[in-house]
Design a protein around this ligand. Sequence first.
Ligand SMILES: *Cc1c(COP(=O)(O)O)cnc(C)c1O
Length: 760
Amino acid sequence: MKLNLTHTKLVDIVSGKAEALSEQQIDIIYYDTRLINTSRNGVFFALSGRRNGHDFVQKAYDKGIRSFVLSKKVELPEDAVIITVEDTLRALQAVAKYHRNQFFYPVLAITGSLGKTTIKEWLYFLLSEEFNIIRSPKSFNSQIGVAISLLNMTEDHDFAIIEADISHPNEMEFIEDMVSPTLGIFTGVGHFYLDNFESQKIHASEHLKLFKHSNITFSLNDQKSALRRNKINADLIDVSNWKNVDFSQLSYSNNRIIALHVAEFLGIDKETLNKKAALLPVLSNRMEVFEGQDNNLIINDSYNIDVDALEQALSYQFSSEERKDKIVVLDLSFVDENRKKAILDVVDSYQPTQLFIIENNQVPQELLEVKNSSILFKGSYRSRLKEMVQLFKNRKHETWVEFDLKAIEHNISVFQNKLPEGTKTMVMVKASSYGTGDVNIPHFLQQLGINYLGVAYTDEGTTLRENGINLPILIMNTEIEAFEDLIRFNLEPSVFSMSQLDSLCNRLKQDNITGFPIHITVETGMNRLGFYPENISELIEKLKSTPEVRVKSVYSHLADADNPDNGYSLQQIESFKAMKLQFEKELNDDAILYHILNSEGTSKFGKIAAFDMVRLGIGVFGYTSTAKEDELLPSIRWKTTISQIKTIEAGETVGYSRTFKADQPMDIATLRIGYADGFRRSLSNGVGAVSINGVSCPVVGNVCMDMTMVDVSEVNCQAGDEVEIIGESIDIQLFSTRLNTIPYEVMTSISKRVSRIYLK
Ligand SMILES: *Cc1c(COP(=O)(O)O)cnc(C)c1O
């Protein structure tokens, strides 16, 4: 970001008030203290999102910031310049609007409920030789994200692509006013965000407000009536214009056609486009963060190297305190001289411990010797850096699972959009978050602003607390021996029997504790844990006379939510309602939360039975029986690699007990995965299969503890190639069916020795 503002100008733009002003320069805006880098003249905007920015003003000051835009009074030392405004977000947007209006090049805005980021990245791919493009980083498409994207415009660019999204009515006006797009792309609206809007029509109209003043808006033919109704100048895309490209094997063909059409409109010749149609990169424009060899933390962002993306990656790297030494590795091979300088300036401003510039695909020896550091890899889409990064992977055991945090975020919003406004979200993170790892997913959920976490046992809660999770944590199943930990770590137990309540209260009395938070489990038909309806009166009487505890919530659990026949679930909901009524009447505490829905229940009954909160689990990862209809995205990819390939003759056998005998010559690959990884032995002899370079390869012989042999006679492959266990070709449902089980068990059976990678 390079702004050209002074304090006086800023006050004017945001219509703010300030006591003392100067002509001091401002060249960057911060709204997150973790990103502050004091070698630049910054101003801190205290936004109120999930966290109130006003709570971080002192922290920003401590990090060297002296200029602030605030909407509340905060005490600061005298050398701080405070600009007071009514609404800090609107103030930020006013600056973004002012900044955007300094430039006269085309601004193409993309909105709609699906495909925005894909289309943006593909257009970038198609246009970046012709234009110097500024585009929204990642999916920065919110009220704040759009402002930040615009603030990154500079006079060196000559084309801007801005993504915008809304989740509620009456949000788009503000975005339109800021962006003033000259061109637009409307990707259409799906039905899954509908909940905050009255109808799909209204949803589309809200999106289309972005293009009120645009010259032309591109869209597929089937959106014709929406565009016409909203009086938008439309360029409707006829899919058949691209019939000489075979899209049948390609993903997201409609998005491809939109990108190609717009690129053609902007002057790229059709012949080139026809060639590129099938080459649009599979989008991996996302940072990959993983533990590497020698205790290094690897941040792999080797997809592009424009300055904005670089700033994003650097601020990510420098905001984490995990490793003190920060190493930056750049491959500038495909970058022109001007941009090289800009890139090096940005890197310089962060003062990394060491900077390596890769030439001719040579890895410097010194880089291979780096230890205990965080290493950021950044190169263009065409550079070979991607392969180089593999050298830094932890090679102890080359089987890993990847978790797609974007998909998880998307899935959560799908569920939240089904709920009445104000409904809270608890995510169940029992069993190491369904086997995804102890702390990464809980941390991510905490960042997303989830209200509550739930676990099965006290130990699981303790682990979360010891790793910096400060959200409230519900424990489902509390043992008397664990009361010490409950108190020490501020964990909230579920109470499901009178005797358990008694022992807890006795323990609390010893320390004179009152008002300790508890949750009441009630039985509605699962027959697992909880008070029966006939005991509720007695329980309530007891609760009235025990100041040691305070009921935070009352909950029950559905037993049959995935049954297409809703009868039993509705019966449970009715029984829960009756108990709720009783609590409300007799205990009379308005603050108590009531909840009964899990993921599947939320899909089906989110509208009618969410009460105050829902408890999501498997659905967060994208695996429910209605995942497809709900447009949930799968979030798990489980991979291994080939260690060796052998050719065997007819009559030879493979593996222990010689259960497989070849009846013709064949190629056999040995994989680095076995039943100790969770690839169960029951997958032996053709029950299981893996996917290698897109081809299904059946298991041959018995699965061993650490290795498995598969038939690769039909596929072109070599040692070192990646093998998919679960992913695009083999979804978790298919894998579970082969094992005669359900995705829950598959997820929680991937063993601890398999390394976990989280994609942001
Ligand atoms: C595991 C669990 C959930 C989450 O269930 P999903 O089917 O994974 O959504 C919710 N509530 C309770 C009590 C649970 O044990």
